[in-house]
Write a protein that binds this ligand. Structure first.
Ligand SMILES: [Zn+2]
Length: 215
């Protein structure tokens, strides 16, 4: 049993406990360290609390099943497209978290308003053009929205967070949800003020060099 299958199951429990998903919605995947063109992904429609490593499915980048008895998540095209086009990404978390989804319903972006958001996500969070769930068109529109970023919103649907490993993608999903919440609340008082482009670039550089030292 690969370590990645175990980690996907554990992350499933975490996103459920952190209320980033409800019921069986949302999905998670991790790229296999030994086979860069394969990834471990959650099965479709399974309770996160009952998820075990053996339930996690292994697919290749063509979407063909390599291992596992269950059917993979219906959002497999989304995961496949991201791994194929973003060599820096090794873990993907797709959530239906409340505040990110609220902004996604407006089809607007979250401007760069909070420092941790800028550091981990890389600037504003774009909303991908609406396409039906599970479709290749959705996968393509999300990939476009994710350009130079580690998170994107899915119009009238939810959010996706990516990163170099599972824990970083989970942290990104949490920061994204927190940023969406701050954005919405600050709009109740007035117009949230954006960070300057110069400051955004400086913070991204600092975060990258710190991450490099840790990693
Ligand atoms: Zn979804």
């Amino acid at each position: 049993m690969s370590g990645e299958r175990k980690e996907v199951a554990q992350l499933g429990r975490k996103i459920y406990d952190k209320r980033l998903v409800a019921g069986t919605w949302g999905n998670i995947s991790i790229r296999l360290e030994e086979h860069q063109n394969q990834f471990a992904i959650t099965p479709s429609g399974m309770d996160y609390l009952k998820l075990e490593p053996k339930d996690i499915v292994i697919l290749n980048l063509k979407g063909e099943k390599i291992q596992g008895k269950k059917n993979p998540s219906t959002e497999k095209p989304l995961h496949r497209y991201i791994y194929k086009n973003r060599k820096d990404v090794n873990a993907i978390i797709h959530t239906h978290s409340t505040f990110a989804s609220a902004v996604a319903c407006t089809r607007k972006k979250i401007p760069p308003i909070i420092e941790d958001m800028v550091q981990i996500i890389g600037g504003s969070v774009r909303t991908a053009k609406y396409e039906l769930p599970g479709s290749e068109d959705l996968a393509k529109s999300v990939l476009t929205a994710l350009r130079d970023r580690n998170a994107a919103l899915l119009a009238n649907h939810g959010a996706v967070s990516v990163g170099p490993d599972g824990e970083t993608s989970l942290k990104t999903a949490e920061i994204l949800e927190k940023s969406a919440k701050i954005f919405l609340f600050s709009k109740l008082i007035g117009a949230p003020q954006k960070l300057s482009e110069e400051d955004v670039e400086t913070m991204k550089k600092i975060y990258k060099s710190e991450y490099g030292q840790e990693g």
